[in-house]
Every structure is written in structure tokens, then in C-alpha cells.
Design a protein around this ligand. Sequence first.
Ligand code: G3D
Ligand code: MG
Length: 216
Amino acid sequence: MSQKKIQVIILGDGAVGKTSLLKMYQDKQFTQSHMATIGLDYVSSTFHSPKGEDIAVKIWDTAGQERFRTITYSFYKQANGVIVTFDVTNATSFNNVKNWLESIYQHADPNIVKALVGNKIDLENDRVVTYEEAKRLADQNKMPYFETSAKLNKNVDELINHMMENVYSKMFSSMAAGESGRDTNTVVIKQGNKDNGGSAGGPPKKSGCCWDIRRL
Ligand code: G3D
Ligand code: MG
């Protein structure tokens, strides 16, 4: 029996706080300054399902490629969930949300679980994107809207937990409904092929602990 896995990706313009959100989730630490290109490849977590199972979760960071718009399609294809992030103090990052959504509609699984995130709400005096306009965009795209501060650890756990719960219930219920006769406890992650190293559920492995999404 293959093991259940949940894979989530985080997207959005450079410098909106994607890496900071994941670092806060994983380490409960906010690092004021880190180089854009030295992002995390992924953070790992475990989701304790309502049925008492422990499910491995990986949340993939873009490690800087978003600045050059060179994110490969494989990055989208592997994902069961996507977090689209903007900075509430940066109107351009909000305007670009529609481009990120478009790329998801083009390249990701149509059933992908989505969430919209407005980060840096600790900078309230510099805010240029209102809650209402962001919520409207989220509603139009049938996704929940979260306002976060990676700096103050505000709503970070709530966001990630929401993603895990929703990915789990969507995957589990669709498999249970559509694939009777097969192992409905197993989440099937897209298989790799010879072009991406032949690994199931992820891009090619680099030395050490992590995957290198830049080599896809
Ligand atoms: P990215 O991964 O989307 O490119 P980063 O973004 O996580 O690298 O963050 C970009 C900058 O925004 C970093 O500052 C980081 O400290 C800051 N930042 C991230 N989240 C927050 C937040 O919630 N509030 C505030 N005030 N700042 C945040 P530097 O100084 O390294 O450029
Ligand atoms: Mg980053």
C-alpha cells in the first residue's frame, strides 16, 4: 500500500513573505533578513486525520524562481493544494494574484485546493489592499481568504491547518466516491517519469535532504 501524502505549493510575487510564512510555520521564528534565492525547498509536516492516520505533508517553496517567472509546470502538477500570496502593502503583488491564478488554472489539477493570503498585516499603516477587495477576489475564485503576519505569527498555523484539512477531505472523498475497488485510503500522487528522475510525487532529488525544483 502506498503511503498517503499531501503536497502544497506556495506562490506569489517575490518578497511578499512566502518563505517567511513557511519558516514561521516550521521553526516558529521570523528571520528579518534572508537572501531571496536561498529559500527553503520545502517544509515537512504531519497531518493527523480525523480517522487517526498520520499523513506526510510537504509544502513547497519557490526558492526564488518566482522573481524570474521561471516556475516549471511540474511544480504545479505535483500539487494537491496551492497558497497564493500577496503583500497587503504592495498593490502590484495583489494585481498579480490574477496572473498567478491564471497559471494555476492553466497548469494545475482542476481540483487543486486553493487559498488566498494577504501577508504583512502588521504593517497596517502601509496597507494599500483592503480586506474587502481581497475577499471579493477570493470569493470570485471560490477560495478562502486569510490575512497573515509572518512577522507576528498571526494566522500562519490557521492557514496551513486549513489547507491540510481541505486537501485531505477533498482527496479522500473524491477517491472514496470515484475509485471503489481500489485502496481508498491511499492518496495517489502523480508518478515521476524519466525526465524528472522517476520519483513518485516530487521533482528530482538533489544530494542531501531536499529536492531541487530549479533543475526540473
Ligand atoms: P518571498 O519568499 O515571498 O520572496 P520573503 O518573501 O519571505 O523572503 O520576505 C520578503 C521580505 O519581507 C523579508 O524582508 C521579510 O523579512 C519580510 N516579511 C515577510 N513577511 C513579513 C511580515 O509578515 N511582516 C513584515 N513586516 N515583513 C515581512 P527583507 O528585509 O529580508 O527583505
Ligand atoms: Mg522566498
